[in-house]
Design a binder for this molecule. Structure first.
Ligand code: ADP
Length: 495
């Protein structure tokens, strides 16, 4: 019987399921959007039951579209929006509050109060004290839902990030686990000892009995209950979206680095067996746990990347489709000295300024739409370069190859700009769907669908490479101009 892997991709705006064959071809897929709940300015929630319903529906639909049954699926792999926090009743499965989404800023004051402990937080978790991570969101639920902390102390409530919740639901409440790559984003997990950290839990009064069991990213966690797919399917892989993309791009070795160009831009560098503590404002994170071994990564994130192309389309009306940005930008040979800094929601790594706002510099009487479009595309590459150069500084490595994925990686001009600006070879695989593919690989390894990492690497096909084509002087000048534009943007920050 032909066997396949089912990847569940539980993202911030939609739940998707993709069924892959061994070569990484998509056999069938299904996607459902779900409700974004914005109770107040800066607050973002999801309904955990809607997440579960949409995820299950897409899985059932993908299976039926492919004309397969549960017996054809060798294993299920999960990848998910990270940090999003759910607390539910262990006996009934009812969430005590909506999921608090990673983007939600309601716990900014909690994070502020943790600032004096930032050194300890960094040492233990590799993270900075920020409301982005799960810990303060969990504390908020325990503080604000009546009786929640007492019930948690009595062992009646469970905490989970999205993969934990989905595995618990799929196994009918039997299995309560969190994989290392998700656990390490909670700010409660010690990335060296691979255990929940008592000091951090005490700091936020989080009862440890509500935390899931930490597990590797590729292992048999449990089976789906029979009624979901007509029979049991083993659940055998899980990883947070960015780490899954790193795995999906086959960045298995120390020094391998990938850039995902989606709404935002995420760079992850595999640093091998040792966590590297950044001196350049990057995060240290677990890449994955596999076969008794843990790999670490340096991570940098930029908030607005592909979203800047979206802005040109929706707000400026320059283009009708994202892909038209290439033709528009190619109407001119260069930006004519224009720089666009798309700091629409502040600046992420390595600048970390929430109060910065977007800006356009260097315009003259001759500046046209095409110059601005070209400068906007270049900004995607400059932002990635800032992260890459922080990684170079932290590790002393040259990092002359960058693997790319995500929607905007389809943009050939941006990819060429990236090669030029970063002086790096850009590698694009035939599939830019590396997030779900990474989850499929992890699930497949646990059941022998893939024998080893070499087996996976061999199945990957490079679609295109982009090589640097400008000289060092031009590169230096361009980057220097970008840095001046960023500094000027920061100087104008909102008060
Ligand atoms: P996400 O997973 O964050 O929703 P995707 O990986 O689907 O993002 O990428 C979508 C983003 O990529 C959008 O912001 C879109 O504007 C941008 N994008 C898609 N195609 C192109 C393209 N050809 N050129 C530039 N940007 C693009």
């Amino acid at each position: 019987m032909e066997k396949y892997i089912m990847a569940l991709d539980q993202g911030t705006t939609s739940s998707r399921t993709i069924i892959y064959d061994k070569a990484g071809n998509i056999i069938a897929s299904s996607q459902k959007q779900f409700t974004q709940i914005y109770p107040y300015e800066g607050w973002v929630e999801h309904d955990p039951l809607e997440i579960w319903d949409t995820q299950l529906l897409t899985a059932q639909e993908a299976l039926s579209k492919a004309g397969l049954t549960y017996e054809n699926i060798a294993g299920i792999g999960i990848t998910n929006q990270r940090e999003t926090t759910i607390v539910w009743d262990k006996a009934t499965g009812t969430p005590v509050y909506n999921a608090i989404v990673w983007q939600c800023r309601r716990t900014a004051d909690y994070a502020e109060r943790l600032k004096p402990c930032e050194e300890m937080i960094r040492r233990k978790t590799g993270l900075v004290a920020d409301p982005y991570f799960s810990a303060t969101k969990l504390a908020w639920i325990l503080d604000n839902v009546e009786g929640a902390r007492d019930r948690a102390r009595r062992g009646e409530l469970l905490f989970g990030t999205i993969e934990t919740w989905l595995i618990w639901k799929m196994t009918g409440g039997k299995v309560h686990v969190s994989d290392y790559s998700n656990a390490c984003r909670t700010m409660l997990f010690n990335i060296i000892t691979l255990k929940w950290d008592r000091d951090l839990c005490d700091l936020l009064e989080i009862p440890m009995q509500m935390l899931p069991k930490p597990v590797e990213c590729s292992a048999h966690y449990g089976d789906t209950t029979k009624e979901l797919f007509g029979g049991p399917i083993p659940i055998t892989g899980a990883a947070g979206d960015q780490q899954a993309a790193l795995f999906g791009e086959a960045c298995f070795n120390e020094g391998d680095v990938k850039s995902t160009y989606g709404t935002g831009n995420f760079l992850l560098l595999n640093t091998g067996d040792k966590p590297v503590m950044s001196e350049n404002n990057l995060l240290t994170t677990i890449a994955w746990g596999l076969n008794g071994d843990v790999k670490y990564a340096l991570e940098g994130s930029v908030f607005i990347s592909g979203a800047a192309i979206h802005w040109m389309r929706e707000q400026l009306g320059f283009i009708k489709e994202a892909s038209e940005s290439v033709a528009l930008a190619n109407e001119v040979e260069d930006t004519g000295g224009v720089y666009v800094v798309p700091a629409f929601v502040g600046l992420g790594a390595p600048y970390w300024d929430p109060n910065a706002r977007g800006a356009i510099f260097g315009m003259t009487r001759g500046t046209s739409k095409a110059h601005i479009a070209r400068a906007t595309l270049e900004a995607l590459a400059y932002q990635s370069e800032d992260l890459l150069s922080a990684m170079r500084a932290d590790t002393g490595q040259e990092l002359s190859t960058l693997k790319v994925d995500g929607g905007a990686a389809n943009n050939e001009l941006v990819m060429q700009m990236q090669a030029d600006i970063s002086n790096a070879e850009i590698i694009r695989y035939s599939s830019v769907e590396s997030t779900s593919l990474g989850a499929a690989y992890l699930a497949g390894l646990a059941v022998g669908y893939y024998d080893n990492l070499e087996d996976i690497s061999a199945s990957k096909e490079i679609a295109k490479t982009f090589s640097p084509g400008i000289d060092d002087t031009a590169r230096k000048e361009m980057i220097e101009g970008w840095h001046r534009a960023v500094q000027a943007t920061i100087a104008f920050r909102v008060l």
